[in-house]
Design a binder for this molecule. Structure first.
Ligand SMILES: C[S@@+](CC[C@H](N)C(=O)[O-])C[C@H]1O[C@@H](n2cnc3c(N)ncnc32)[C@H](O)[C@@H]1O
Length: 360
């Protein structure tokens, strides 16, 4: 397998941070084809950083807020030290390798693949990479750190889904985020600036530890902890400590039914869909899972439902709440600026306006 080793942006300016990339052929062009690439890093508000590194009891180093943060606030943006394939496709060699031998073979291949990228890295960036945690036994200094600290990046291999389509970004600061099954932040990768951005998904108190989820949050506590095994820790968050209460709530989290279906169905009450969405929001808030797509979807549905009912005031309030979910950029987020003012002409002109009274 021949990978492309590239530095992006391609500059020797020491004041511009760069990312060492291990790309499938063709991935570099995804960046180079973006008009104006590289865009500058988006800057968080405030003169001082909104985060600091600190010791998190029993979890090594973590990130902490330095001040109160509001939902939808940008906490930090940084270029990854390293951006590469989440895993390397490898045929199992003939000769009857055991599972353990095959796993070792995969790690050895990853180690060899990462060596040239680390060799290209600026010394300070390489030092930052090597200072990161390695949850393995140390046999693979590069691959171990890569797997411990990589944050998933999708969409760099158009048309390829699953692990073969996923990239992994290792960052100096963002990779210090510890895991929580009820995370208060969400990282988003911005291709145009080749940076990872960290967003507050709910209001965060000054001094609170910043966390994100390493594993799918809507499955059971047992399944989540199975997925966390490669990171070598067991989660002790409130949801993992009380799965009898939390698991059924997480299982019940989903997407609301279609607005058009409800609008056309006279057997359903006018507030039927509103109740469905509010039920979802209660579950999501109890489990503190505001980062989920379903949270944003519930608020978008509430906006659309009130438009169908011809209630611009309520619709604009839900549009304003959905508007804060900036971390949904790249995952279906639509800025609804025009719906924030209930007196806006966008309401009577909206295709769903009073649909409930027109449908059927
Ligand atoms: C990506 S690193 C996070 C930063 C790390 N704490 C450090 O010191 O650099 C992942 C490692 O942090 C630790 N960790 C992360 N979340 C944890 C949690 N909720 N409980 C215990 N350990 C955790 C585990 O050792 C895990 O392998």
């Amino acid at each position: 397998m021949r990978f492309a080793f590239v530095t992006l942006p391609n500059t020797t300016d020491p004041d511009v941070s760069v990312t060492e990339c291990v790309f499938w052929p063709g991935c570099k062009e995804i960046f180079m084809d973006i008009p104006g690439f590289p865009h500058p890093l988006q800057q968080p508000s405030g003169a001082k950083p909104a985060f600091r590194l600190g010791v998190s009891s029993g979890r090594g180093i973590g990130l902490f807020s330095t001040r109160a943060l509001t939902q939808g606030e940008l906490i930090l943006a940084e270029r990854p030290l390293l951006l590469g394939l989440a895993c390397i496709p490898m045929l199992r060699p003939d000769g009857g390798l055991t599972d353990a031998q095959y796993t070792r073979h995969c790690f050895e291949t990853m180690e060899r693949t990462l060596e040239p990228a680390l060799g290209r890295m600026r010394p300070a960036r390489r030092g930052a990479f090597m200072a990161l945690a390695n949850c393995q036994d140390g046999s693979f200094p590069l691959g171990g750190r890569y797997h411990t600290n990589g944050i998933a990046v999708d969409g760099l291999r158009p048309g390829v889904t699953g692990s073969m389509g996923t990239y992994s970004a290792v960052c100096e600061h963002l990779s210090r985020l510890n895991h929580s099954c009820s995370p208060n932040t969400q990282p988003c990768f911005d291709k145009a600036s080749i940076s990872h951005q960290l967003w507050a998904v709910r209001d965060i108190a000054a001094g609170e530890e910043l966390t994100f989820q390493y594993s799918e949050a809507t499955c059971s506590a047992a399944e989540r902890n199975e997925a966390l095994k490669p990171y070598n820790f067991t989660c002790t968050c409130a949801s993992c400590a009380d799965p009898a209460t939390s698991d059924p709530r997480r299982r019940a989290i989903g997407y609301p039914p279609s607005v058009e279906m409800w609008a056309a169905n006279r057997e359903l009450s006018d507030d039927w869909l509103i109740q469905k969405c509010l039920e979802q929001l209660v579950l999501i808030k109890r489990e503190k899972l505001e980062y989920l797509d379903q949270y944003y979807a519930a608020m978008m549905h509430l906006t659309a439902t009130y438009i169908c009912l011809g209630d611009a005031k309520q619709a604009s309030e839900w549009a304003a709440r959905a508007q804060k979910c900036v971390w949904m950029s790249g995952r279906g987020y639509i800025s609804q600026e025009e719906l924030l003012d209930p007196a806006s002409a966008a309401y009577p002109e909206h295709p769903l306006w009073r649909l409930r009274f027109r449908a059927g």
